[in-house]
Design a protein around this ligand. Structure first.
Ligand code: SF4
Length: 221
């Protein structure tokens, strides 16, 4: 079991170091209450899959000018929806997901986004990460949204030894002090984009290099 004191110290260092950068769209949402409704957070999260954050923000804003509710979303002709979200990539799949999720919300949840993981994950196209993002950022629930950065970095540091983001979520919940849960995703997503890059991380300038075992890191700068 990693040393809790060291984990807290490293997270505090990262919080301070990363304050020079702008947080991702969805992570700003957790502080900037309530720019987005739970439905908008959910849709923005679906749009963010494999898309750059700057693009997600612009596409989300464009889309929400036309539709802010599941009913309004389904009124957009499919062809028009694809045109609006085209630049976020994978637009065919994303349009299908947005339309399906909107339909299920209307039919099964009275047009409201549910606030439990079980209900969210019962909706096709909503996986554990998306569910946790909605729960954390829209409903202030104590959960850890784990994406590829939040999975990769704690494994590199040596805090956990896991193979999937789902396993990481379970292990991280045991070791990350609760006071950092709300900020955890924001910190590690930003850190993964700026310093602890997927390939060739910038270890020489890393603010927490003294805390890191660099597990599995072959090429670093
Ligand atoms: S030392 Fe390198 S591998 Fe470890 S956290 Fe920093 S950037 Fe990532």
């Amino acid at each position: 079991m990693p040393n809790q004191k060291e984990i807290s110290e490293a997270i505090k260092i990262l919080q301070e170091y990363l304050s020079q950068y702008r947080k991702t769209t969805l992570n700003r949402e957790s502080k900037d209450k309530k720019r987005y409704s739970p439905y908008q957070t959910l849709i923005s999260c679906l749009l963010s899959l494999r898309a750059r954050d700057e693009v997600t923000e612009i596409i989300s804003e464009n889309l929400f000018q036309v539709a802010k509710t599941p009913e309004e979303m389904l009124k957009i002709p499919e062809k028009e929806l694809k045109k609006i979200i085209f630049k976020s990539g994978h637009y065919n799949k994303k349009a299908e997901a947005i339309r399906h999720v909107s339909k299920e919300l209307i039919e099964k949840f009275n047009s409201e986004v549910p606030d439990t993981k079980e209900e969210l994950e019962s909706i096709k196209h909503i996986g554990p990460k998306t569910a946790n993002i909605v729960l954390a950022f829209s409903f202030n629930k104590q959960v850890l949204p784990i994406d590829t950065h939040c999975h990769r970095i704690p494994n590199r540091i040596g805090w956990i030894k896991t193979k999937t983001p789902e396993e990481s979520e379970q292990e991280l919940m045991k070791i990350i002090p609760k006071e950092y849960w709300q900020d955890f995703n924001g910190i590690f997503v930003l850190f993964g984009k700026k310093v602890c890059l997927p390939i060739s991380p910038l270890c020489s300038q890393c603010p927490i290099k003294d805390y890191c075992k660099k597990i599995g890191v072959k090429n670093s700068r």
